[in-house]
Design a protein around this ligand. Structure first.
Ligand code: MN3
Length: 254
């Protein structure tokens, strides 16, 4: 006596025919409509969301929110004096050099060799700080998440090896500058740039799409850590917003 009528060949047939009629349905009903146009462009619009303006964005947290890792006075001076000056001077340079400030700052950075030193220093400084504020959070720390975590393991071996490479990039940048994690031709890379240069700039030796960057200018840490850049960098991991960095990664990898 047969207890079940399960028939694998029939089940397989049903599954195939369901898929087939779904694709026929899409083919007949959606071709030539805005359905496909709407489906093909989200990557570009997602990337547009990551583009940077010429004005300073509001901080998403209080000056004291990143304590004890970054103290409130450092945040206040850093945001309202240093970073504000880069934004103001970048806008001034845009006026002098006939740059449309409605367009993404990234366009200027990619062609920075065509602009003045004033633009290089201040548009770079403005971009770098806008990114810096956004990839930190009072709820930061822990380990990378999502597909970024897998990519870090794939490209660096494991998270600890990545941390060591990134800290080394920050420590070996002589004088003022930034250490970066970038996406370059599908691979993650760690490196650093001097002053307010960044990996988007055509003049940079180290290139890529910035996922995260740490400011290693003394103004970023001196009040709390004095000359101890290493203590600042190792404490900084506690405020890194991995969810935000993973979002950037997933958008930029396309
Ligand atoms: Mn700074």
């Amino acid at each position: 006596m047969k207890k079940t009528s399960f028939d694998p060949s029939r089940r397989s047939f049903l599954s195939h025919s369901t898929k087939a009629s779904l694709s026929i349905g899409l083919g007949a009903g959606m071709v030539g409509t805005s359905f496909f146009a709407g489906c093909e462009s989200p990557k570009e619009s997602d990337k547009a969301k990551l583009s940077t303006g010429f004005s300073q964005s509001d901080l998403a947290y209080d000056y004291s929110a990143l304590e004890p890792h970054i103290d409130a006075m450092t945040m206040d001076i850093h945001y309202n004096k240093h970073a504000a000056a880069y934004a103001n001077n970048a806008q001034e340079a845009a006026g002098e050099e006939d740059v449309d400030t409605e367009k993404p700052l990234e366009d200027v950075l990619a062609n920075i060799s065509n602009y003045s030193t004033k633009m290089r220093n201040n548009a770079g400084g403005h971009y770098n700080h806008e990114l810096f504020w956004k990839i930190m959070s009072p709820n930061g720390g822990g380990n990378p998440t999502g597909s970024l975590a897998e990519a870090i393991d794939g490209d660096f071996g494991n998270f600890q090896s990545f941390v060591e490479a990134f800290e080394n990039a920050g420590m070996t940048r002589f004088g003022s500058g930034w250490a970066w994690l970038v996406l370059d031709n599908g691979s993650l890379k760690v490196g650093s740039t001097p002053n307010q240069d960044n990996p988007l700039m055509d003049i940079s030796d180290f290139k890529g799409q910035p996922l995260m960057g740490i400011d290693v200018w003394e103004h970023a840490y001196y009040l709390n850590y004095q000359n101890e850049r290493g203590r600042y960098i190792s404490s900084w991991w506690n405020v890194v917003d991995w969810a935000k960095i993973n979002e950037r990664y997933e958008t930029l990898k396309g």
